[in-house]
Design a binder for this molecule. Structure first.
Ligand SMILES: Nc1ncnc2c1ncn2[C@@H]1O[C@H](COP(=O)(O)OP(=O)(O)O)[C@@H](O)[C@H]1O
Ligand SMILES: *[C@@H]1O[C@H](CO)[C@@H](O)[C@H](O)[C@H]1NC(C)=O
Ligand SMILES: *[C@@H]1O[C@H](CO)[C@@H](O)[C@H](O)[C@H]1NC(C)=O
Ligand SMILES: *[C@@H]1O[C@H](CO)[C@@H](O)[C@H](O)[C@H]1NC(C)=O
Ligand SMILES: *[C@@H]1O[C@H](CO)[C@@H](O)[C@H](O)[C@H]1NC(C)=O
Ligand SMILES: *[C@@H]1O[C@H](CO)[C@@H](O)[C@H](O)[C@H]1NC(C)=O
Ligand SMILES: [Mg+2]
Length: 475
């Protein structure tokens, strides 16, 4: 297998590729020429700075070319669509640009009537704003960060604001095409885009809105929520290892490149993604360096570092996410599986496929309550003195570690038996109720209490009273 980049050169119908690129590339070529040659004397001499800028622009262009069409198969699928009508190929058919996204895309027209309502974040390259579109939809809008490190260093080097705008915009263009080609529940959804330079903001990407990943906050969330983040990440890395663009590495892999959308982790920063394994001549070319560990992949007979991208992603997932989020407060029954994951990924002893398998196993065991079968349920003192259709009032809430609620002790359970086990292990617990409310895994939320003054009718939950302590309550 060769990398998508190489595949690109083997494409027989070069013309087709050129059509698909007309939309973006012609535009900046013209823009650039106007600017670079227009005001200068009609001579051929460019300053060395200009030459380097042009060279860099060319390189950035080359970098994204392979993402538009990457395989013979895709080419042949597209062919009838775009060459059937006579002269069709000469049109700048913008729908080609959007070939992989849905028809209800948000475009330049929608963006001209937007209202900026908030600042969501910024990095070296891009700024993200919360905007409301004319239709009332709220989205995240990415554009080039004019004050960012990328822009500043370009201006220092070339002192050419328009050229630098173009250069940095290529990163956002790359991100847009990657968001079109790589679609997964754990990658932020591209809802539209505008690459019309006539519009003030230049290149813009319209994304579903999330919130920044805050490790400190995540650490205080229940294990189930932290596991969800890690599982999402593993599913994402599995997808990236076998993606339509080949094996994809995230070169700038840090929590700030992700956002949370309704409890789910989603990758948002893709401009530093790299498709295809690196080339090599010897095994020593396939060294993967981290501050605390080095690894080496094998250089294949075809001259590529086999599996290097996957190794890089998986170890980064371990050092930035798993270490912090997985081990602490793991339910006892799941601890052996979680330990296995920690050991195996910390040493890269296990592929992403195997890692995903173990993660899905953990999810299954957790969801199905299988682990309760080995519990000494017979010793439970709190066997349901169930008061159906009755709730409690005047509850005395107590707080517990990693509760779903800040006010009281709310934990997820498989069923009332597991809740009884938990109540039994908390000295303060005298009663608990199981509501119909479920967590993302389908488990039930149970509220644990230290006492109550009386019972009141309630249709939404079932109350259980701990036997040995129930006598203290006024029923
Ligand atoms: N869809 C989004 N919703 C909310 N915030 C976002 C979204 N996408 C990015 N952000 C925030 O904006 C910051 C910058 O975006 P990013 O794509 O990482 O830019 P850069 O390439 O400059 O690092 C991110 O760190 C994140 O906090
Ligand atoms: C662009 O191509 C699509 C798909 O082939 C076609 O439906 C559409 O009419 C074309 N639009 C223009 C402006 O040519
Ligand atoms: C990793 O490799 C580099 C270069 O070969 C070396 O300098 C460094 O000491 C190694 N680090 C570890 C932790 O082995
Ligand atoms: C994980 O590693 C630790 C320390 O190296 C070891 O004691 C433990 O047995 C290992 N656990 C598994 C499941 O491999
Ligand atoms: C990993 O899984 C994917 C899809 O499930 C499969 O296509 C691929 O061949 C597997 N890789 C290995 C090395 O088994
Ligand atoms: C809870 O699930 C366990 C394990 O499946 C089972 O043994 C127990 O009877 C269940 N308890 C209730 C109240 O359904
Ligand atoms: Mg970023």
């Amino acid at each position: 297998m060769s990398s998508p980049r190489n595949l690109c050169f083997t494409v027989s119908s070069l013309a087709l590729m050129i059509i698909s690129l007309t939309v973006i590339l012609k535009k900046w070529h013209c823009g650039l020429r106007e600017k670079d040659f227009g005001d200068a004397a009609p001579s051929m001499d460019l300053t060395p700075g200009r030459k380097r800028l042009l060279q860099q622009l060319r390189e950035r262009q080359q970098e994204i070319v392979p993402f538009y069409i990457t395989s013979q198969q895709e080419l042949s699928e597209m062919k009838p669509k775009f060459s059937s009508v006579d002269g069709e190929h000469t049109k700048r058919n913008k729908t080609l640009w959007n070939a992989k996204t849905s028809g209800s895309d948000i475009g330049c027209n929608d963006l001209s009537g937007m209202t900026v309502v908030d600042f969501l974040g910024a990095g070296y390259t891009k700024t993200v704003l919360k905007v409301i579109l004319p239709q009332g939809v709220s989205v995240a809008l990415k554009s080039v960060n004019d004050q960012g490190t990328d822009m500043r260093s370009c201006l220092e080097d070339f002192k050419d604001p328009r050229g630098c705008q173009e250069l940095v915009s290529f990163k956002l263009r790359k991100e847009i095409v990657l968001l079109q080609r790589l679609q997964h529940p754990n990658i932020v959804k591209l809802r539209g885009q505008c690459q019309d330079s006539a519009l003030a903001g230049g290149v813009m990407a319209v994304l579903e809105q999330g919130t920044p990943v805050q490790m400190i906050q995540l650490l205080q969330r229940p294990w189930e929520e932290r596991f969800r983040v890690c599982l999402g990440l593993v599913r994402l890395l599995h997808y990236l290892s076998n993606s339509p663009l080949g094996s994809v590495a995230l070169l700038d892999f840090q929590p700030r490149q992700f956002v949370m959308v309704s409890g789910e982790l989603k990758l948002t920063d893709l401009d530093d993604a790299n498709a295809g394994e690196p080339a090599c001549q010897a095994h020593s070319d396939c060294l993967l360096r981290f501050p605390l560990r080095n690894f080496t992949a094998l250089c294949s007979p075809h001259g590529i570092c086999e599996g290097l991208n996957e190794m890089r992603n998986l170890y980064n997932a371990y050092r930035y996410f798993f270490i912090y989020l997985l081990p602490h407060q793991t339910p006892a029954a799941l601890k052996p599986l979680v330990d296995q994951i920690m050991n195996a990924t910390g040493e890269l002893k296990q592929s992403i496929n195997k890692t995903l398998e173990v993660f899905e196993d953990i999810l299954h065991v957790y969801k199905s309550g299988m682990y309760l079968r080995n519990m000494p349920i017979s010793i439970i003192k709190v066997s349901a003195t169930s008061a159906e259709r009755i709730g409690t009032a005047g509850n005395m809430e107590y707080k517990c570690w990693l509760s779903y609620s800040h006010q009281g002790c709310v934990l997820s359970v498989y069923n009332a038996t597991e809740a009884a086990l938990i109540c039994n292990s908390h000295p303060q617990c005298t009663s608990f109720s199981v509501s119909g409310q479920k967590t993302w895994t389908g488990r039930l939320l149970a509220s644990f209490r230290s006492g109550f003054s009386h019972l009141v009718p309630d249709v939404s939950s079932t109350v259980y009273v701990r036997r040995s302590k129930a006598s203290a309550a006024v029923l």
